[in-house]
Ligand binder design. Sequence first.
Ligand SMILES: Nc1ncnc2c1ncn2[C@@H]1O[C@H](COP(=O)(O)OP(=O)(O)O)[C@@H](O)[C@H]1O
Ligand SMILES: [Mg+2]
Length: 278
Amino acid sequence: MPPALYLVRSGKVTIVKKNGDERVVAAGEYFGEEYMFFTSKQSKDIVPDSIVVKYSAVALEETVCGVLPLQEVGIVSGRIQAIQDIESTQNIALEDLERHRILGEGQFGVVWLVTVKNMDTDPYALKIQYLDDPCRDDPAECIREEIKMMRAIHHPFLIQVINTYEDEETISMLLSLAPGGELFDILHRKDVNGWWVSGLAEPIAKFYAMVVADTLAFMHRQKYVYRDLKPENILIDKDGYPVLTDFGFGTLYHRLCWRWYICMLHASSLSFVPSEET
Ligand SMILES: Nc1ncnc2c1ncn2[C@@H]1O[C@H](COP(=O)(O)OP(=O)(O)O)[C@@H](O)[C@H]1O
Ligand SMILES: [Mg+2]
């Protein structure tokens, strides 16, 4: 069996280890976790050919398994490492950043693709928000809350904040980069005749939905609510995974109250009502 985590969706499998130990794995359970211990110690690019299959699996009845290949697991564990590495890059100065092009603009910010001058590091995104924004009562306070939340919550599928910069006119955030653009542009694109077409093949839609739902569930477990879920805020990273950005409407759950909810209906992105609030 190829190295992978096997998630038994229905049916039943007997696992027989080399030493003769047997165990039955039923629907909702998994096997293959031994491979994962191996992965966590390796670079994400290494998929060892030399892993010996330590056991055999025999289906006791018709069985459906989800298969998470070792390489995919390696990508995610590599990202966890990358989040830890952010600690060591936090001192990048604003003057050291070279702006290349605008990646996107939202309701509150303009986001640039940047690199660090004279350094061979990964490119980043720089989100610049203006303090005289007439759409918000206290833009500085809102932006500081956004930064606080981003600093508090770390996950491979959430954009990470690396550093922040403040002057009289702006607050800027140096962010991890998602180079694949917005999910919006994957959902809505022009065909060969120049007509707009929308939609995704079902397996691809399921993949994006699954990763986003799991990421939101993680946030909820940490008592944060996101409240700005829309295709413009779901970005595609270098490995093709969807990552959430823009925590401008996020908050800790205990701060939610009915008055705030009413405000949010008026103030948040107009076409969307946050899913947590419906
Ligand atoms: N880390 C990033 N990597 C790549 N593009 C980004 C990144 N952050 C934002 N963008 C682009 O900039 C746009 C606006 O950023 P966002 O944080 O959503 O600002 P706003 O709060 O104004 O909506 C996004 O929709 C996306 O196209
Ligand atoms: Mg946005």
